[in-house]
Ligand binder design. Structure first.
Ligand SMILES: [Fe+2]
Ligand SMILES: [Fe+2]
Length: 324
């Protein structure tokens, strides 16, 4: 199906848009579904050189995207359960994050991973990190004042505070380049598995559908609340394999930035939205839990691959030689 989507986008005839397939057994990690979704979502970001921009709002494509999104959303609801209680949203987010015991990927990268494994990890992460913060920006016009102010304060840092070189996506490009990898936007989409694409796709789905704005800000809160300490470990691991300070800057800045962002995100962004629209509270928690669940699935995939002496990337591609 993803091949059919890519084929049809190269032309101009919407009649060629494929029908949605039956839902795959594991939509979250399904390579074909995730690649098809990623491809359609990219029309809302930067598009493709050989694809007409008008495809972005082509109704038949939106019908297909919507059906695939429903499969992804159903898979997330199956994967995630959020205990209900009556405490403030920031306290509930804190409990959710504290009770999460995901696979120890950041510890492995700190203490064990060799340079080749680091290259794989960075190739996976490049799919999202080269557009870091963009999906959450879609929430800005949809939020009440207090939540909006908090989100904008976070995003200003993500976008470098007016300095393009300090933009987090640009810091990640420096890391890719130093490791001898391709810094081109989307450069590793062909070699990453579905679960890596799902990390981006979940954010795009939450970002593009206003009805999921609660989930989007909850997602950002969980992301920020689980970033600072792992980033400290990543920076140590990268230096252990010989990376320079410039290459480590991406992780170094997140150690301090995200310690502040997590407060803003939990208390002012999520707290501000829940205060103004209390009916979105459970969506906020769902988005946070979804963030943790997808990231844990990704970490499990990577560690299982490495424990079995396999590459964590898909193998049938020439680029593998660079990062295997
Ligand atoms: Fe960031
Ligand atoms: Fe951040």
């Amino acid at each position: 199906m993803s091949a059919a989507v890519i084929d049809v986008l190269r032309g101009t005839d919407p009649a060629g848009v494929p029908q949605a397939p039956v839902a795959p057994h594991d939509a979250l990690a399904d390579d074909d579904l995730q690649l098809a979704l990623w491809t359609m979502y990219e029309l809302h970001y930067r598009g493709f050189h050989e694809v007409a921009d008008s495809w972005e709002w082509e109704p038949r494509l939106l019908v297909l995207r919507r059906e695939l999104e429903e499969m992804l959303l159903a898979a997330l609801h199956t994967e995630v359960t959020v205990p209900r209680d009556t405490r403030r949203v920031a306290d509930r987010l804190r409990s959710l994050v504290d009770s999460d015991d995901g696979p120890p990927l950041s510890r492995y990268l700190q203490t064990h991973a060799d340079r080749a494994q680091w290259m794989q990890f960075v190739a996976h992460r490049s799919v999202y990190q080269l557009k870091e913060a963009d999906p959450h920006t879609w929430a800005v016009p949809r939020l009440p004042a207090r939540a909006k102010a908090a989100l904008v304060e976070i995003q200003i840092d993500e976008y470098g505070g007016g300095d393009p070189a300090q933009m987090h996506s640009e810091l990640f490009r420096v890391l890719l380049t130093e490791l001898g990898l391709d810094g081109e936007y989307g450069g590793y989409v062909d070699v990453v598995p579905g679960i890596t694409l799902a990390i981006s796709n979940v954010m795009s789905m939450f970002g593009l559908r206003r009805e999921l704005r609660g989930a989007l800000v909850g997602h950002l809160a969980a992301y920020e609340m689980t970033s600072s300490e792992p980033c400290r470990r990543y920076a140590k691991g990268l230096r252990r394999v010989g990376a320079s300070d410039a290459a480590c800057a991406f992780y170094d800045v997140h150690v301090t930035a995200d310690a502040l962002h997590e407060q803003l995100a939990a208390h002012d962004l999520c707290g501000g939205l829940a205060e103004a629209e209390p009916e979105l509270t459970e969506d906020i928690l769902f988005g946070a839990a979804a963030c943790l669940a997808v990231d844990n699935r990704f970490a499990r995939h990577v560690l299982d691959s490495w424990n079995a002496d396999r590459s964590s990337l898909r193998t049938a591609h020439g680029l593998m030689t660079a990062v295997s």
